[in-house]
Design a protein around this ligand. Structure first.
Ligand code: FPP
Length: 237
């Protein structure tokens, strides 16, 4: 069965713990985390991955101290001012998923600019999940579908047509989820999309997650047998 790897999603966890281990404040970990975003994005693009979705900020992350939230919201500026040129050189297209409403205007306008500038690129999609929540996404999709139904634009609903109402509509299925820092949960990430994804949970904290470790995850993915609820040909009677 199909084992090609097109879409990798990553829960980039462990920045705070990484910083504490260095006796530094949490934001120091996020700063290093941004460098890893660059490393991993360029590497994934070189490997021919079609889409890399990164969980940068969840709908629950607003509960963090204001200082930390503000710092994280300043990271798009840091990232794109440093690396947009390199993203262009690598033909990478930037996208974003999540509820744009609550994201500070400065961060939003930086994202909009990056999305616009890279919109003609045909290589890997670097997709940032910001103010993203999986349940929120599903509720929004259901509401949008109900509106279209009321207006007579659609009639029937199936899994595929429902998926087109999600933020990820049009993107390839998520083949592989990686979560760093050994937390064994989904934390409201891509709840609908991960139904048949392979999952890898690594011990490594995100700031230490290297391209070599991504290679190892991809090798591990290659060894998995994806059955999508069926049976493997070699195991059938
Ligand atoms: C989780 O670690 C990390 C985050 C909530 C923020 C992740 C954001 C980035 C790495 C930068 C994103 C880049 C752009 C361009 C938007 P944690 O703080 O929960 O770590 P802990 O579990 O050790 O406390």
């Amino acid at each position: 069965m199909d084992n090609t790897l097109q879409h990798i999603a990553v829960i980039m966890d462990g920045n705070g713990r990484w910083a504490k281990k260095q006796h530094k404040i949490r934001t120091f970990g996020h700063k290093k985390g941004v460098e890893q975003v660059r490393e991993i994005a360029i590497h994934a693009s070189e490997l021919g991955i079609k889409c890399l979705t990164l969980y940068a900020f969840s709908t629950e992350n607003w509960k963090r101290p204001e200082k930390e939230v503000n710092y994280i919201m300043s990271l798009p500026k840091v990232f794109f001012s440093k690396y947009l040129k390199e993203l262009m050189e690598n033909n990478i297209r930037v996208m974003m998923i999540g509820d744009e409403g609550r994201i500070p205007e400065e961060a939003m306008s930086i994202f909009r600019q990056a999305i616009k500038e890279t919109s003609g690129n045909t290589g890997m999609i670097l997709n940032f999940a910001v103010n993203y929540g999986g349940r929120d996404e599903i509720v929004r999709a259901a509401k949008a579908y109900a509106e279209d139904y009321k207006e007579g634009k659609v009639t029937d609903l199936d899994e595929e047509s429902f998926a087109s109402y999600l933020y990820t509509g049009g993107l390839p299925e998520v083949d592989l989820l990686i979560r760093t820092s050994h937390e064994l949960r989904l934390s409201n990430f891509l709840l609908y999309q991960l139904a048949y994804s392979e999952m890898i949970f690594t011990e490594t904290l995100w700031p230490d997650f290297t391209p070599e470790e991504l290679d190892r995850c991809i090798e591990e993915y290659g060894r998995r047998k994806r059955r999508f609820g069926g049976v493997d040909e070699t195991e059938s009677d």
